[in-house]
Structures are given as structure tokens and as C-alpha cells.
Design a protein around this ligand. Structure first.
Ligand SMILES: [Zn+2]
Length: 93
């Protein structure tokens, strides 16, 4: 029996994708916003396609801030952008 892979929605493009294809951004119980590559950090999570275009979309529309219900510092976006580029992220569209 194949294991069912959970599906999550990208906050930018609203596409449903399998969790491993998405980047998780977590607001930790301490209130920090972190990129969570393993998807296991405690706290509230929001999902984004592993694509820079979805990240840019999320920045413009503030979708990530809305999903996590808090301000996202610019440096978090910068870190994310770098991470996504390093992962050679294929565009999800
Ligand atoms: Zn997306």
C-alpha cells in the first residue's frame, strides 16, 4: 500500500501540492519566523512552492504575513529567496 502523502496549499498561487514539494515557513512559539526545510519545526506553518516566483508573489500580496498572522522581516524573505535559489528550485507552475 503506497503511503499517502499529505497535500498542502501554497499561500501564493493557491495550488495544492504534495508536502515535500513545498517550502514550509514556520512561526516558532518564540515568535521567530524561520524557513523550515524539514517541515518539522514546532509552531504555525505556512507553505510555499519551492519557487522564487511564488515567494515574490507572497511578498507582494503579503500572503505569508497573513497566513502566519504576523509581520515577516525582510531578512527572512532574503534568506528564503537564497535558499530557494540554492535548491535550484524548479518553478512550480
Ligand atoms: Zn505556489
Amino acid at each position: 500500500m503506497p503511503k499517502k502523502i499529505p497535500v498542502r496549499q501554497c499561500v501564493a498561487c493557491r495550488q495544492q501540492k504534495e508536502k515535500p514539494q513545498l517550502a514550509r515557513i514556520t512561526r516558532t512559539p518564540q515568535g521567530d519566523i524561520v524557513y523550515d526545510p524539514k517541515g518539522k519545526a514546532p509552531g504555525r506553518g505556512a507553505y510555499l512552492c519551492k519557487s522564487v516566483s511564488c515567494l515574490e508573489k507572497a511578498i507582494k500580496s503579503r500572503a505569508l504575513a497573513r497566513a502566519l498572522d504576523c509581520q515577516i522581516p525582510d531578512e527572512v524573505y532574503d534568506t528564503l529567496r537564497q535558499q530557494l535559489m540554492e535548491e535550484g528550485a524548479q518553478d512550480g507552475e
